[in-house]
Write a protein that binds this ligand. Structure first.
Ligand code: SF4
Ligand code: SF4
Length: 101
């Protein structure tokens, strides 16, 4: 059995940071990971990573602890919804603007 003659015709796309420019400027809410609750950060094991798996923009790293590339995170909140440990809190961007002033 060889490779399907249609294999090369199948379309697929892979998400990646920057596909739509610096989407971080769209963000109203910023996801913040609490490393005291995050499963891999707490256990030092390569476990969970739902945030990495479900982020539609591919801006979460699969590292201990996971990190978020804020230049491209558009604040969709999917990571927070999918986190089984409740370790991701969505914080109003205005909170950070106040601190930066
Ligand atoms: S989904 Fe939550 S617990 Fe899992 S790696 Fe991400 S922040 Fe940590
Ligand atoms: S809010 Fe979470 S899921 Fe959405 S783009 Fe940012 S890191 Fe990815």
């Amino acid at each position: 059995m060889g490779r399907s003659p249609f294999a090369r015709r199948k379309s697929h796309s892979e998400p990646g940071p920057g596909d739509a420019g610096k989407t971080g400027t769209w963000r109203v809410l910023r996801p913040i990971i609490d490393v005291t609750l995050c499963i891999p950060a707490k256990t030092k094991k390569m476990a969970c990573f739902n945030c990495w798996l479900y982020c539609p923009d591919g801006v979460v790293t699969r590292t201990i602890p996971p990190t978020i590339e804020y230049d491209y995170c558009k604040g969709c909140e999917i990571c927070a919804e999918e986190c089984p440990a409740g370790a991701i809190r969505m914080v109003e961007e205005t909170e950070f603007i106040k601190k930066e002033k």
